[in-house]
Design a protein around this ligand. Structure first.
Ligand code: AMP
Ligand code: ZN
Length: 443
């Protein structure tokens, strides 16, 4: 069965054919490091980690190059450093360290290369010079702009009308711009702002050029897969395509463009003002990383995901059941069981893959279950990190409730299974005469 992936560029699911099967190349836009990563940011990180693992199984671990960058030059970083009274370097280093710790707890493998934007200024300048020489960019007032009308097929990825593009890009009107849609490749820096010497004076890059430079350096002029969240389709990815294609003269930058849907929290857009802004760091204080990962993958990556406590509790319960039965596996790159792998080959159908895990949860399949869970990035460490004794009250309450529901439905097998599951957590339950259930921790 071939790998099939949905390509945003063609709006269809296609057979995946790498340019070079001995070096399959994928780029994913990484975080801008100025604050804790939130659980929405974790989505592309987890989704493309699953794809990375799958590609390694298909083509061999040494035949896949995965690049996920760190954006460490950005005006949001400058503003935050100023507000905190920190140096930019300290802020970006500290944030990147936190990001690494967070996503490691989510079972995410390090990418093959993790380039930083500030280490690729020379490549950015080189691409900008090529664009100017080819008539696709112009310098004005210390800025360099990409000349959008110079590219007749600009807009193929997002397929928006000019009006929609103007609204989506929130374009600034600026005297140095020739066309409204033209976007910044390079801009001047004042003495307080980080800057690098360039043919256009001391300045700093625009955001889009960073990814064109880092993907070129580490993957070449053309590569196989480019990923990120759906919000990046326009303008970020559209502009990456424009820069890279016009600088190197190819018809494509990446063959397949993949985008994960957005995550919301308890039915609402996540935002600081609504008080529902969840950082990975906070969530890890209450939930095992495995549970966060599993919960993310129970929804297909292209669908929106509603992140809820109820969903997390369910995920915790399912995963706990699996690990109760799974064989202990030490191999890092074990095999994904065939049925699970087939589900993943179908455009990373992780909900179907998770359902196939249930089919492996039976006598005789314990080792296959354990090996598959491990190959999918689950550690099996389900101790609740926050509570001292390792018992999380919310989780226990949810299990007790689920058991009561099972008993009401006369599903005695399920009720016993949950009682046993609680027992493995050291929780002993007692059914009282008045119909209530109480519980205590026995160690
Ligand atoms: P940013 O640091 O905002 O550039 O985002 C880093 C990555 O996280 C990008 O791929 C975004 O598309 C993705 N992302 C940001 N917010 C969400 C969200 N709420 N749900 C899913 N992905 C998101
Ligand atoms: Zn990017």
């Amino acid at each position: 069965m071939p790998l099939r992936l949905y390509n945003t560029l063609t709006r269809t699911k296609e057979d995946f054919l790498p340019l070079d099967p001995s070096n399959v190349r994928m780029y994913v836009c990484g975080p801008t490091v100025y604050d804790f990563a939130h659980i929405g940011n974790a989505r592309p990180v987890i989704v493309f980690d699953v794809l990375f693992r799958l590609l390694r199984q298909i083509y061999g671990a040494s035949h896949v190059t995965y690049v996920r960058n760190i954006t460490d030059v950005d005006d949001k970083i400058n503003a935050r450093a100023r507000a905190e009274g920190m140096s930019i370097r300290d802020l970006t280093e500290q944030t990147a360290r936190q990001f690494h710790a967070d996503i490691a707890a989510l079972g995410v493998l390090p990418p093959t290369v993790e380039p930083r934007a500030t280490e690729h200024i020379a490549e950015m300048i080189a691409i900008i010079e090529r664009l100017i020489a080819a008539g696709h960019a112009y310098a004005a007032d210390g800025h360099v702009l990409f000349d959008v009308p110079s590219m007749p097929d600009y807009g193929q990825l997002s397929r928006r009308s000019l009006d929609e593009m103007l609204a989506g890009a929130r374009v600034d009107v600026a005297p140095y711009k020739r066309g409204e849609m033209d976007f910044v490749l390079w801009k001047p820096s004042d003495a307080e702002t980080p800057g690098w010497e360039s043919p256009w004076g001391r300045g700093r890059p625009g955001w889009h050029i960073e990814c064109s430079a880092m993907s070129w350096k580490h993957l070449g002029e053309e590569f196989d897969i480019h990923g990120g969240g759906i919000d990046l389709v326009f303008p970020h990815h559209e502009n990456e395509i424009a820069q890279t294609r016009c600088a190197f003269g190819h018809n494509i930058m990446a063959r397949v463009w993949m985008h994960n849907g957005f995550l919301q929290v308890e039915g609402q857009k996540m935002s600081k003002s609504l008080g529902n802004f969840l950082t990975i760091h906070q969530l890890l204080a209450d939930w095992p990383g495995d549970v966060l990962r599993f919960n993310m993958l129970r929804t297909h990556y292209r669908q929106p995901i509603d992140w809820t406590v109820k969903g997390l509790e369910e995920s915790w319960r399912i995963l706990h059941g699996f690990f109760n039965n799974a064989g202990v596996v030490h191999a890092l790159d074990g095999q994904i069981a065939a049925a699970v792998r087939d589900a993943l080959l179908d455009d990373l159908n992780t909900p179907r893959a998770m359902a196939e895990l249930h089919a492996l949860d039976r006598p005789g399949a314990q080792n296959a279950l354990g090996e598959t869970l491990k190959a999918l990035g689950f550690s099996g460490n389900l101790a609740t990190p926050g509570a001292d004794g390792g018992v999380d009250e919310t989780t226990v309450a949810a299990l007790v409730e689920a058991r009561l529901a099972a008993r009401k439905g006369k599903n005695w097998a399920e009720s016993d299974r949950i009682r046993d599951e609680l027992a493995t957590m050291g929780v002993v339950i007692k059914d009282n005469k008045d119909g209530t259930t109480s519980w205590e921790v026995k160690r």
